[in-house]
Design a protein around this ligand. Structure first.
Ligand code: PMT
Length: 415
């Protein structure tokens, strides 16, 4: 259970085994946090360290943390025989983080001379490498050529990021954050075995912001959490995901294309831009039905004392989801209701041309806006409503995707 809630903690990696290869870099401390995040997501993590990685992070740290095995020395008589082969074989994914320039070269050229490179050679699971090094090292043609080789063979490259480097100054070469490393593993597994491989899902999130003047807007309480959770669940099952959001790009967005918007009209345009070839649109965003007729160019000043109050003229926004009509695009709406949940939601299905709708009562303190959990009823035009219990928003996303996959118009997998 997540703290303070009745809803189970989501386990997107339940039943998965991840091999984590750690190589010599000051950023190896982040791989400790990545291991924890992978296990929190339900995976069992085996760890392989190069001799130089073991100088940066004592193997005992990993031994105390992970449920899997920790391999540090090929010649350790106490270690299981052929430990790297077993680790490689049972892995559903391997993450090498941080990946030094030397390790990238070894991975690109099939050299196995330490627990990390040997485990990578022994696995047929998807491989994610997260480079970390000084920016001049990273820019070397040799390093870039090795990365290109790995990419061409289907290896997932995660980062690096721009930021402060151990070698001094700022530059490109910083290991991406643990939350992104864990996201890259989830994405790689999805892209390899997920049910939504080859599908494209557009998700909207957050409340639209309709400008009144340069500093004020008409908005609502949507945090974007519901939409982000649907996007993550779709990414984890291998879909190409476009997230159109009014909020800051979410952390852990590896594998998700993020488009930032403010207004309903901008959201509509971005959906159209992404819609060609997309299979579904899940509209979790809270779209303003009305916007100020005109956005003032400079900040509106307080009225003179004699003039009481202020009138803001509003005009109707397009109904975004109703306006999108693309071949093969299944549309899923959300209904945010404060009363007559089912009746009001049902009316929106037909009016907006939806495959189905997720109705949520936004008056509940543990559901709807801003919280991590939601309690939704899924309903279509004809069937019985499906009442889901209180769930983490990620698991609401999973339930929505399950319903999409069993929809009669959902394209059946060829393989
Ligand atoms: O973002 P969170 O803090 O996690 O909160 C989640 C949520 C409460 C915002 C989410 O669960 C939710 O209910 N989203 C839909 C909010 C909403 O606008 O509901 P509605 O009943 O007014 O609209 C019905 C559907 O039409 C929605 O899918 C909406 O995106 C869409 N719509 C509405 C108006 C409009 N002009 N264009 C639209 O496309």
């Amino acid at each position: 259970m997540s703290a303070g809630s009745e809803a189970p903690t989501p386990q997107p990696l339940r039943g998965r085994r991840v091999a984590l290869g750690v190589t010599g870099s000051i950023s190896a401390y982040k791989s400790v946090e990545a291991a924890r995040r992978l296990e929190d997501a339900g995976a069992v993590v085996d760890v392989a360290l190069t001799p130089s990685a073991a100088r940066f992070v004592p193997p005992l740290t990993f031994r105390s943390l992970v449920k899997g095995e920790v391999a540090t020395d090929l010649w350790d008589p106490a270690a299981p025989a052929e430990q790297h082969v077993a680790m490689g074989r049972r892995a559903d994914a391997m993450l090498v983080a941080p990946a030094s320039a030397t390790t990238l070269a070894k991975l690109a050229h099939g050299i196995g001379d330490n627990p990390v490179t040997l485990t990578a050679l022994a696995t047929s699971a998807p491989l994610v490498v997260a480079p970390a090094m000084d920016s001049i090292m990273y820019g070397q043609p040799s390093v870039q050529a090795n990365l290109e080789l790995l990419k061409a063979r289907g290896v997932f490259i995660a980062g690096p990021a721009i930021g402060r480097l151990a070698s001094g100054g700022r530059g490109l070469g910083r290991l991406i954050e643990p939350i992104e490393l864990a996201a890259a593993v989830r994405s790689a597994i999805g892209r390899t075995v997920g049910d939504l491989r080859g599908r494209h899902i557009i998700v909207t999130a957050g409340g639209t912001r309709e400008p009144i003047d340069p500093v004020r807007f008409v908005g609502n309480h949507s945090s974007g959490k519901m939409g982000v959770a649907v996007a993550e669940a779709a990414r984890d099952q291998g879909a190409a995901v476009t997230l159109i959001t009014t909020q800051a790009p979410p952390e852990g967005r590896y594998g998700i294309v993020v488009r930032s918007v403010n207004t309903a009209i901008e959201m509509q345009t971005e959906i159209w831009n992404a819609a060609r070839g997309a299979n579904a649109l899940v509209m979790a965003a809270a779209v303003a039905d009305y916007r100020p007729a005109e956005a003032a160019e400079s900040k509106l000043k307080k009225q003179d004392a004699e003039e009481e109050g202020m009138t803001l003229e509003l005009v109707e926004n397009p109904d975004v989801i109703a306006s999108i009509d693309a071949p093969h695009l299944l549309k899923v709406g959300f209904a945010a209701e404060t009363d007559d949940l089912i009746e009001n939601a049902k009316a929106k299905i037909k009016r907006k041309g939806l495959a189905f709708i997720a109705a949520n009562d936004v008056t509940q303190s543990d559901a709807g806006f801003q919280v991590d959990t939601n309690r939704v009823v899924l309903l279509d035009a004809t069937g019985e409503p499906e009442r889901l219990p209180l769930l983490h928003k990620y698991d609401v996303g999973v339930a929505i995707l399950e319903r999409l996959k069993s929809h009669p118009d959902w394209p059946v997998r060829a393989d």
